[in-house]
Design a binder for this molecule. Structure first.
Ligand SMILES: Nc1nc2c(c(=O)[nH]1)N[C@H]1C(S)=C(S)[C@@H](COP(=O)(O)O)O[C@H]1N2
Ligand SMILES: [Mo]
Length: 412
């Protein structure tokens, strides 16, 4: 067979390829991707997707939603940690994934395409595995970097993709575990012996980098991505180390409102006229009762403080901010409920995503859940949701609706 065709093993000349390298990268991915899968499912559960159609962007999830549960409000940093790990680890695993795919690329061209039915099925499952892995990483990175290029459809794409990927991943792991164990044991035994087996080039080039050097390069790239991403979860100077993290919207500046802004008031078409104290009214509605409150009316109600972070699905979060406002459960009482029910929140915002959200009764009854009027001792800035915004402990940022116009209490 011609050595000039990729279907010939002799076409592949890198002396780095071999079962040891592939097995080692495989073990790292096995651990890392398992964490990505679990934190991903947890992140989805955090939206309380079973609560209301406005939270759920994934119709017909059916059985795949079997594990969903009422998202807790404690500890308050729960979503911040979960999503920070999901996004930071996902970014840091990119070089490992690419190195792993590079290490096995000769097998993609192997002939004959199938030696048996079993072999055909294995190769097919590998195609699904590789395609869905690339799909998950690409959609994840695009969502974080490009600010929802697929509006509304990111959740179903990433969610279904994750399940397809995980099924192929489990099959692949089960099939390959014996090989991996053998290779790693052998690698430990006779480091010096010449490597044999699949993936080893039959006519290798002179090495231009040692295997250890190559692993260092991959590990180093991964570490570089890690340290230039993780800073977006911290305040102060650490945040400026997040060179690769998009800082969506404008520079939040300094002062009480000087923490990251997801969408500015201008970006979503909130006009200063409609948030003025003369114009703005909050409608609080229950089963039998509806009240309209001005900001001055709200200021007359008992106000409480809570130190809570904002943690976005995109993997950035702020440290604790001091919010001050009216307890959601007090507003539920105003609407005629002794026991806090679920809550449907609507913003002044007329277009775009995230202007409506549903909260579960356990979130509404938590004494730290506020309709915030102040942050860090000053009235909310326009970009953080003036005149009033929701803030709930441990909830994903997207449930913390800004520029609130209407609260409807009741079972959802
Ligand atoms: N009305 C409205 N509320 C919103 C959003 C929005 O676009 N519109 N973005 C949400 C998202 S995704 C996040 S992460 C938080 C960010 O709050 P911040 O901009 O004050 O940091 O606001 C949430 N509330
Ligand atoms: Mo967000």
């Amino acid at each position: 067979m011609s050595e000039r065709l990729p279907t010939s093993p002799a076409f592949w000349r890198s002396p780095l390829r071999g079962p040891r390298l592939t097995s080692l990268l495989g073990v790292v991915l096995l651990a890392g991707i398992t964490v990505l899968f679990v934190t991903g499912l947890v992140s989805y559960a955090a939206y309380n997707p079973n609560l209301s159609p406005v939270n759920d962007k994934t119709p017909d999830k059916g059985l795949l939603g079997f594990y969903l549960f009422a998202w807790p409000t404690d500890p308050p940093w729960l979503y911040r940690l979960n999503q920070g790990v999901h996004v930071t680890l996902g970014v840091a695993l990119i070089p490992i994934l690419l190195a792993k795919l590079w290490s096995v690329v000769p097998k993609l061209f192997e002939l004959p395409p199938a030696r048996s039915l079993g072999h055909a099925l294995e190769r097919l499952s590998l195609l699904v595995l590789v395609a869905s892995a690339l799909f998950e990483f690409v959609t994840g990175v695009l969502n974080v970097q490009l600010d929802y290029v697929f509006p509304g459809s990111f959740y179903p794409l990433h969610f279904y993709g994750a399940w397809v990927f995980f099924a192929a991943f489990v099959a692949h792991t089960a099939l390959k575990t014996p090989t991996v164990l053998r290779n790693i044991r052998r690698a430990r035994g006779d480091e010096k012996e010449k490597e044999k087996g699949e993936l080893v080039s039959p006519r290798p080039d002179q090495p231009s980098v040692s295997r250890r050097g190559a692993l260092g390069l991959v590990g180093g790239s991964s570490l570089f991505l890690l340290v230039t991403t993780v800073g977006q979860n911290f305040d102060g100077p650490l945040r400026r180390t997040a060179l690769l993290a998009p800082h969506g919207g404008s520079d939040p500046g300094s002062g009480p409102g000087g923490f990251q802004i997801n969408k500015t008031a201008a970006a979503v078409g909130i006009r200063a006229g409609e948030t003025s104290d003369e114009a703005w009214r909050l409608v609080v509605e229950g089963r039998h009762r509806a009240v309209r409150l001005s900001r001055a009316d709200l200021d007359q109600l008992p106000l409480y403080s809570a130190a809570l972070p904002i943690a976005c699905v995109e993997g950035w979060s702020t440290g604790d901010q001091w919010w001050r406002g009216v307890r959601l459960r007090d507003l539920a009482e105003l609407a005629g409920y002794e026991q806090a029910p679920d809550l449907f929140v609507e913003s002044l915002q007329r277009r775009g995503a995230f202007r409506r959200a549903a909260l579960r009764d356990n979130q509404v009854s938590d004494p730290r859940s506020l309709l915030a009027l102040y942050v860090n001792g000053e009235p909310l800035t326009p970009d953080h949701g003036y005149p009033a915004r929701i803030i709930v402990p441990a909830a994903p940022g997207v449930l913390n609706t800004k520029w609130v116009a209407r609260l409807t209490f009741g079972d959802l």
